[in-house]
Design a protein around this ligand. Structure first.
Ligand code: FMN
Length: 175
């Protein structure tokens, strides 16, 4: 049984991560969801808690269940860390080793393989700084699941949509 830390960030597509949790659980994986505070503006932790059958973590400074800080115990227990959807903001933080919330601190501390699914408006995605950040993560061994093209929540059409949960799930097999 794999232990998967699933990071959910503040994208309009955060609700699509619910289906990803379902696929992992159906596969027999143990899923621990970590949400950024921004993600909680889009979906409630209760949704992920119910689907994952595990407590959902958001707060970096909440008293941990054990003595060890939560970001370290999550980082150490993970066989795989998946961030889907991953915002431009979180991608930039991970690229530079910023650890200012539970998810980014966990990513910085882990030795597990990391899968990132960038999801954002086309302008944000095509911005050279985002492209540089994604390329830097790739060069560091992070697996990037490329976003789809199509209609975006902002009304525009272009690249940046979250891929189907099944595609992200399949990208995580064998890691
Ligand atoms: C309605 C709405 C939708 C958003 N969707 C996205 C998105 O899909 N991708 C993205 O990179 N940022 C998106 N943002 C901006 C992020 O929520 C914002 O950058 C936030 O600081 C991200 O925080 P986080 O990376 O800690 O989750 C959206 C903001 C709003 C208000």
């Amino acid at each position: 049984m794999r232990k998967i830390v699933l990071g959910v960030t503040g994208s309009i597509a955060a609700y699509k991560a619910a289906e990803l949790v379902r696929l992992f659980v159906k596969n027999g994986d143990e899923v621990h969801v970590v949400m950024t505070p921004a993600a909680c503006e889009f979906v409630t932790p209760l949704t992920f808690q119910t689907l994952s059958r595990n407590p959902v973590e958001v707060e970096q400074f909440a008293p941990p269940a054990q003595w060890m800080p939560e970001h370290i115990s999550l980082a150490d227990c993970a066989d795989l860390v998946v961030i889907a959807p991953a915002t431009a903001n979180t991608i930039a933080k991970i690229r530079y080793g910023i650890a200012d919330n539970l998810l980014t601190a966990t990513v910085l501390a882990t030795k597990a393989p990391i899968v990132v699914a960038p999801v954002m408006n086309t302008g944000m995605l095509e911005n050279p700084v985002t492209q540089e950040n994604i390329a830097a993560l790739k060069a560091r061994g992070v697996k990037i699941v490329d976003p789809d093209s199509g209609e975006l929540a902002c009304g525009a059409t272009g690249k940046g949509r979250m891929p189907e949960a099944s595609e992200i799930f399949e990208s995580c097999l064998g890691l």
